[in-house]
Design a protein around this ligand. Structure first.
Ligand code: SF4
Length: 307
């Protein structure tokens, strides 16, 4: 069984499997605080009584070669858990959709082999776009009149109450976030809430920041006067990405999921030259979930609960 798991892990091409063999923390010099902490938590791996008490994650930070990988391996050995190494840098691929597909397979294999210690090396490479001139915050809205097969955000399609917030609240939060170039609207369909978003977009632009918006409508439809509030929102959008997602036209074009979708630089405040190093994947890590989102993986949405 162990051998089968190992083979499944290795088949992904981005994961390595290590059985829990070795002398654990005895082979590590110094780091007494870390050793005490790790030893005090060992009990939660030996008993299956309260799995929620197991440590969720440890962040090891340091310069290259300072022993992060070594200590991670020692911790897995100490807790008698298999260790799976996930190398983010090996995910990138020049082929359309392959990076996303690799991610999806890796997440499946990791989940299937639980419990384990997942060691994510060079995690910063998953966030390579952060800090660029286009860094910003995304606001997902609830409700979309379209139903594109393979939509990446199926939970946002139904018109229902999700999290009700006022424009003023979002504006207050936005102002407290440091060093952002602007805000992006996604969903769901932002133009289904065009009046409120126009007000927010106006405020964002008033302090010199930019607004990016994805929509399933075509620009011409939004300009036709048939979508309530569209003209007002368009006045405050710097970059519009328009068009439905068409699964058969999967694309790795910048910021687009399918070839039919187009970029419209409406204000000139964002240009094509600004669109550099924008990742096609996003990882959100909290206490219990590692969530992957991004552009479509052969039409499949991925959200895996790993821990
Ligand atoms: S328009 Fe966008 S959010 Fe709406 S169904 Fe299509 S892909 Fe999903």
């Amino acid at each position: 069984m162990l051998e089968v798991k190992k083979q499944e892990i290795r088949k992904t091409g981005v994961l390595e499997y290590y059985a829990p063999q070795g002398q654990g923390l005895k082979g590590v010099g110094g780091l007494e605080n870390v050793k005490t902490w790790v030893e005090s938590r060992k009990i939660w791996f030996e008993q299956d009584l309260e799995p929620e008490m197991r440590p969720r994650a440890i962040l090891l930070e340091g310069f290259p070669g300072c022993g992060k990988t070594f200590i991670a391996r020692a911790i897995a050995q100490e807790w008698c858990m298999p260790q799976i190494n996930f190398e983010i840098s090996r995910l990138q691929s020049k082929f359309v959709g392959e990076s996303e597909s690799n991610t999806f397979q890796a997440l499946r294999a990791i989940e299937a082999s639980a419990p384990n210690i997942l060691f994510m090396d060079e995690i910063e490479k998953a966030f390579s776009g952060t800090g660029s001139d286009t860094s910003g915050v995304i606001l997902w809205v609830q409700g979309c009149p379209f139903r594109c097969p393979g939509c990446q955000n199926p939970d946002f399609l139904e018109f229902r109450i999700n999290q009700v917030v006022t424009v003023d609240y979002v504006w207050q939060v936005f102002q407290q976030l440091p060093d952002l170039a602007g805000i992006s609207f996604s969903g769901g369909e932002p133009f289904a809430q065009a009046v409120a978003l126009a007000e927010l977009a106006n405020l964002v632009q008033s302090i010199g920041k930019t607004v990016v918006c994805w929509t399933g409508y075509r620009l011409e439809q939004l300009q036709s006067g048939h979508v309530r509030g569209a003209d007002r929102l368009l006045q405050h959008v710097d970059l519009l990405i328009d068009g439905l997602f068409i699964q058969q036209q999967l694309s790795d074009n910048m910021l687009r999921g399918s070839h039919n979708q187009e970029l419209h630089f409406l204000s000139g405040r964002i240009t094509e030259a600004d669109l550099k190093n924008i990742p096609r994947q996003e990882w959100i890590i909290n206490d219990t979930l590692l969530t992957y989102t991004g552009f479509p993986i052969q039409g499949e949405a991925v959200e895996q609960q790993l821990l």
